[in-house]
Design a protein around this ligand. Sequence first.
Ligand code: ATP
Ligand code: MG
Length: 277
Amino acid sequence: MAVLKIENLHAKVENQEILKGVSLEIKGGETHAIMGPNGTGKSTLASVIMGHPRYEVTAGTITLDGADVLEMETDERARAGLFLAMQAPQEVPGVTNSDFIKTAMNARLDEGENVSLFKFIKELDTAVAKLKMREDLPHRYLNDGFSGGEKKRNEILQMRMLKPAIAILDEIDSGLDIDALKIVGENVTEMKNPDLGMLLITHYSRILDYIAADHVHVMMKGRIVKSGSTDLMHKIDQDGYDWIKEELGIEDERVVPEENEEGILLGSCATREALEK
Ligand SMILES: Nc1ncnc2c1ncn2[C@@H]1O[C@H](COP(=O)(O)OP(=O)(O)OP(=O)(O)O)[C@@H](O)[C@H]1O
Ligand SMILES: [Mg+2]
C-alpha cells in the first residue's frame, strides 16, 4: 500500500514563498479533497509534489513509501507511481495521445520491457469507451485542439492506463458539463482500490457526489488550515469560507495578496492565465 507523506513543506517560486508549511499524509485506498479559495497554493502543492522545475523547495519533506521524493526527477516520480491530472493540461502538437500514453506506460516498466501492443490497444479502446470519448482522440496530437472537457477526460484516460499509486486530480471537474462530470466521477470511483491514494483539488462539492472523499482539507495562505469530513465540505458549500477565516483570524487568505491597478486579483493562476491571453 502506497503512502505519500508531506511534512512541513515550504516552496517558493520567483523568490516568493507560496507553500508555507504543508503537512498531509495520503495512504492507498484513501481519497482526500483539498478545497480553498483562489490563489491559496493548491495547484502549487500539486506541482511541487510532481517536481515542476519552477518551484524550489526550501524546507520540509515528501516521501513515497519512505523514499525521498524530493531527490527524484519528475520522470522518476511518475515511475514511482505519482500522477498529476493538471488543472490546465498542456497541448503537445507532434506527439499523438496514444504514443504519449504508451511511452509513459513503457517508462514504468523495467529497461527493455514494453507493454504488449495488443493489450495496449484493447485497454485503450476499453478506457475510451468507458469515458465515452470520441474515438479519434487517442490518435490526435496530445490535447491539440481538444475541447476543455475533452482535455479533462483525457487526463482520466491517462490515469486509467497508467494505474498510479497516488493520483492528484487538480480541478478535474472544472469545465465539465453535467453528464461529463458524472462520467468522469464514475470512472474515477471505479478505479478506487486499496493501492490507490487520491488527492482531489476542487472548488465544488458536486464532484464529491460521484467520488466519495474520506478527508476534506481547506488550504489558505499556503498551508492546510482546517481538516474534517465531508460535513466540512457541505458547510463550505453553504456558507463559503468567511467563517473559517473568522475562526482562525485570517484576514487575507491568499498567498500573494497583491492587486493590479484595475483591482484584479493577481493571486490565482486562473486569473493570471486570463490576463496573459
Ligand atoms: N510560476 C509562478 N510564477 C509566479 N507566481 C506563481 C507561480 N505559480 C504560482 N504562483 C502564485 O502562487 C499563488 C498560488 O497559486 P496556485 O496556482 O497554487 O493557487 P490555487 O490555490 O491553485 O488557485 P486556483 O483555485 O485559482 O487554481 C498565486 O498567487 C500564484 O500567482
Ligand atoms: Mg489551482
